[in-house]
Design a protein around this ligand. Structure first.
Ligand SMILES: [Fe+2]
Ligand SMILES: [Fe+2]
Length: 130
């Protein structure tokens, strides 16, 4: 069973953003599958993919919320940056070979992503539809 499954409640009402969020869900699910299969040597590359996909999504989202006049873009951007920093640290820890529970990393990503969409991303939803 997929680790994360998409639900209508995650929709911010913008097709491109919803697609980007869905791709991030798929990548987190892939991360979990690879852990289940014991292919741990694949994980740093998947973490890179998570970072690249997140960076591209954040750039798009930050541009969009700026364009629609969302009032707290700087704070939102800061939250995005903090996530990238945290994932970068996790990647470094994975590379030096220890202390990191892969399952904890994938849980962290799943929790971060779902909580961020439901809390912070949802805050710009009314600005999109108005
Ligand atoms: Fe966001
Ligand atoms: Fe987002």
């Amino acid at each position: 069973m997929a680790f994360l499954s998409w639900h209508e409640r995650f929709s911010v009402g913008h097709a491109e953003i919803d697609q980007q969020h869905q791709r991030l869900f798929e990548l987190v699910n892939h991360f979990d599958d690879v852990i289940q299969m014991g292919m741990v040597e694949e994980l740093p590359r998947i973490v890179d993919d998570v970072m690249h996909l997140s960076e591209a999504h954040f750039r798009f989202e930050e541009g969009l919320i700026q364009d629609i006049g969302f009032p707290v873009v700087a704070e939102h951007r800061k939250i995005h940056r903090e996530l990238l920093d945290q994932v970068g640290h996790m990647r470094s820890s994975m590379m030096v070979g220890g202390h990191v529970s892969h399952k904890a990393v994938v849980r962290f990503l799943a929790d971060w992503l779902t909580n961020h969409i439901l809390r912070e991303d949802m805050e710009y939803k009314p600005y999109l539809t108005s």
